[in-house]
Ligand binder design. Structure first.
Ligand code: 5RP
Length: 231
């Protein structure tokens, strides 16, 4: 007997299923990372099994690649298809201006590369991800070159962050790109995401931040009242 899904997972699945319906014949599709994106991948695999033909899918992480490949989704990459018709991914926080914090799953760099290569970036999430201001629930992940972690930590602290190096099994978590992640908590929240993003990018050794600004075309939220689409 399978155990019943939590309401949050049911809402994630609703959003993932709705986003899979946006995929059309002949598209090149970017696939996000995380539990909500996994529902999308499963729903898309089902549509392909039923006859939908896409040019190919590009994964934002090794984990997503493995899942999609195991479900017989035809995989491609940005060298073969430098432009994506659509990129669909989850988020950790979504503010009213569709600015995001992403990267709790550690895939923020590839996710941002795919989002920026896409004609359309669709965010899928359960309703708990909607916030009025970024930075109150999730820390902001910053991907860094490992040897620069200590000077970067110092400079992030000067920007007001409480910084923790992300750990996995008591050793630093290594991203798919062989970097570290510094998780930055801003106790007052993030009042100006664009300014903070620019300040963090100016620190040498920073590879990317989990702030996604001016990138989102559409947000699909699953919640107790069903699916809501915002654009
Ligand atoms: C991974 C991400 C994910 O999209 C984000 O963490 C949301 O995950 P989930 O769908 O499991 O709640 O940014 O780097």
């Amino acid at each position: 007997m399978t155990s019943p899904m939590s309401p949050q997972n049911t809402w994630k699945q609703l959003a993932g299923n709705a986003a899979a319906e946006l995929i059309q014949e002949g598209m090149v599709v970017g696939l996000g990372t995380g539990s909500t994106a996994a529902y999308l991948v499963q729903a898309m695999a089902q549509r392909i099994q039923q006859g939908l033909q896409i040019k190919g899918a590009v994964a934002s992480s090794l984990a997503t690649y493995d899942l999609a490949n195991s479900l017989h989704i035809p995989m491609t990459d940005l060298d073969e298809h430098p432009e994506l018709d659509i990129y669909i991914d989850g988020a950790d926080e979504i503010d009213p201006q569709f600015r995001l914090i992403k990267g709790a799953g550690g895939a923020l760099l590839r996710e941002k590369i795919l989002a920026s290569a896409a004609r359309r970036f669709v965010v899928i999430a359960d309703s708990s991800k909607k916030v009025t201001q970024l930075g109150h629930i999730y820390p902001l992940p910053v991907e860094v070159v490992p040897l620069a972690k200590t000077p970067i930590t110092l400079q992030l602290t000067r920007l007001g962050a409480e910084v923790k190096i992300r750990q996995h099994n008591n050793i630093p978590f290594i991203t798919d790109n062989h970097n570290y992640i510094l998780d930055c908590t801003f106790p007052q929240g993030i009042s100006d995401p664009a300014q903070l993003d620019a300040q963090i990018h100016s620190i040498v050794g920073v590879v990317e931040t989990g702030l996604f600004i001016n990138m989102v075309s559409q947000v699909i939220i699953g919640g107790p009242e069903g699916v809501q689409i915002f654009s």
